[in-house]
Design a protein around this ligand. Structure first.
Ligand SMILES: Cc1cc2nc3c(=O)[nH]c(=O)nc-3n(C[C@H](O)[C@H](O)[C@H](O)COP(=O)(O)OP(=O)(O)OC[C@H]3O[C@@H](n4cnc5c(N)ncnc54)[C@H](O)[C@@H]3O)c2cc1C
Length: 475
């Protein structure tokens, strides 16, 4: 690591915001599960867009590249440096101010380092809601959410992060600060440039702030747990709920019994919401802005479902404790499974009616293998998004994981789905993506990267395989 690189960064952000000691850098060099590790030249922690811009220019001058990092909860190692020890990790955590909250205009302007849960609270304080919600919301940051186009638990009703963005402030690879922090709902003045940066995983620009939509508060919420006999029955159930409740459904989650039993056995205090074992379970959340009345609507609809024999069993959460228990089973499955083995994770999408076909194909694949594989899929059924996760023993994972993921991605591609519904490509899936996207799509995507970052300063090796650094065009 060059001492002039360190000195130049110190001159911009001060000595306490340039981390060079191995112990200080460690948390920024590995992912949330400690599975992927890299090595950074240094970690820089700027507090303004101007400082971000200067660090990017310093990186370019020193032949280094920049890895933007938010809360470091990403699941595809996109915010982790490579192993060269030549990359600067640029942590946005100090850019954590909420610049403006405007309930009459229904928007908030937040810096990239604002933690998602803090943004949700700021919205609640003005009687609004910010509907993006995911298991990592206590740590992940607005910039990371935008850079990954995060999904989460309410996509069915509110869409992905993309749909919540009104404007962005971005530092480009040449150090230019683009202030696109508009808060208008309608803007058809040519290409919508902000869209390019959403889901770009730090490869096209560094997001420093965002103007985001606020939504009405949800005052009455009902959480329902139902047992069904098959994945097909769950899809029919979803269609019935959609017909009856329309957009009041914010979550519709499918869970296999293997995951439920793991959670009940290994997570302290977790209880099965219905007493008997069933093959499939569905967790549904309904909400509206009125303070009361949804309970009666929900009870009447469930009574009809049971009378028609559409569900095997079920219950409505009677208290916040019961509701949290239901969500703990849904969200704590991987944590429970990790107590006895290694979870092979994935994050795929197909159109909703094709979910049962995908589940059957993958269950058949797991049963045809010699090793013990516990099939424990769950997912956001309403979004056609599945985590076809499998639990294997630690000594089998190296051998099974690549074969399982290839089989899954082939099946998903056959069904015209996506190999990454939410988590992105990062450093882990660039090969799998390159094999499955069309030549036209890859060419267009590479052209955009070449145009915005010709010298590959921003997150090389993420989304696309890293290539030799080309000198920036002299102007
Ligand atoms: C328990 C758990 C549950 C999760 N659940 C979900 C879920 O339901 N849905 C979902 O979509 N994801 C989920 N995730 C994944 C993760 O939380 C999201 O991808 C999140 O949006 C990442 O935000 P972050 O701030 O942690 O970003 P990081 O992990 O720090 O970075 C992620 C990517 O964004 C880039 N980046 C970060 N900040 C910026 C910036 N300011 N400008 C440009 N690029 C930037 C990084 O370089 C990297 O490529 C989950 C993760 C965990 C650990």
């Amino acid at each position: 690591m060059s001492s002039s690189l360190v000195q130049a960064c110190v001159a911009v952000v001060g000595p306490s915001n340039v981390l060079v000691d191995a112990a200080d850098k460690q948390a920024f060099e590995q992912d949330v599960w400690g599975r992927y590790c890299g090595k950074a030249a240094l970690v820089a922690r700027p507090s303004t867009a101007e400082e971000v811009s200067k660090i990017v220019l310093i990186a370019a001058e020193h032949g280094a590249s920049v890895v933007p990092q938010g809360g470091n909860t990403g699941l595809v190692a996109g915010g982790i440096p490579d192993e060269t020890g030549r990359q600067i990790v640029l942590s946005l955590s100090r850019m954590n101010r909420i610049r403006q909250v405007e309930p009459r205009g229904d928007f908030v302007i937040a810096e990239a380092g604002v933690v998602l849960a803090d943004l949700q609270r700021a919205a609640e304080q003005v009687d609004r809601s910010f509907p993006l919600s995911l298991g990592a919301e206590g740590s992940c940051q607005v910039g990371g959410n935008i850079a990954t186009n995060a999904g989460g638990l309410n996509v069915l009703r509110y869409g992905m992060t993309r749909g919540l963005i009104l404007g962005l402030e971005v530092v480009l690879a040449d150090g230019t600060i683009w202030n696109g922090l508009r808060s208008v709902r309608k803007d058809n003045t040519g290409y919508d440039l902000k869209e390019i940066f959403v889901g770009s995983e730090g490869t096209l620009g560094i997001i420093t702030a965002a103007s985001l939509r606020l939504l009405p508060p949800q005052r009455d919420r009902q959480t329902v747990w139902l047992a069904v006999a098959s994945a097909e029955a769950a899809i029919d159930l979803f269609a019935a709920f959609r017909s009856h409740f329309g957009d009041l459904i914010s979550s519709f989650e499918l869970i296999h019994s293997n995951g439920v039993e793991l959670a009940v056995e290994h997570l302290e205090g977790c209880r099965r919401p219905v007493s008997d074992r069933h093959l499939w379970h569905v967790l549904i959340e309904l909400a509206w802005a009125l303070p009361t009345g949804l309970r009666e609507q929900t009870e009447a609809f469930l009574a009809q479902l049971f009378e028609d024999g559409i569900c095997e069993d079920g219950t409505i959460a009677e208290s916040e404790t019961q509701r949290l228990n239901m969500w703990r089973i849904r969200e704590g499955q991987s944590e429970a499974a990790r107590k006895i083995g290694v979870v092979i994770r994935n994050d795929v999408a197909v159109s909703i009616e094709r979910l049962p076909g995908l589940l059957h194909a993958m269950e058949k694949w797991t049963k045809a293998q010699d090793s013990d594989i516990l099939f424990m899929p769950f997912g956001h059924v309403g979004d056609g998004n599945l985590h076809c996760n499998c639990l294997v023993s630690p000594d089998a994972v190296e051998e099974i994981e690549p074969r399982l993921l290839e089989a899954l991605y082939d099946e998903v591609t056959k069904l015209r789905g996506s190999i990454s519904a939410e988590h992105g490509i990062g450093r882990l899936k660039s090969n799998s993506m390159a094999k499955r996207k069309s030549e036209v799509e890859l060419r267009l995507a590479r052209s955009i990267k070449q145009l915005l970052d010709p010298s590959s300063i921003l997150n090389p090796g993420v989304i696309f395989e890293a290539r030799e650094r080309e000198p920036a065009a002299s102007s």
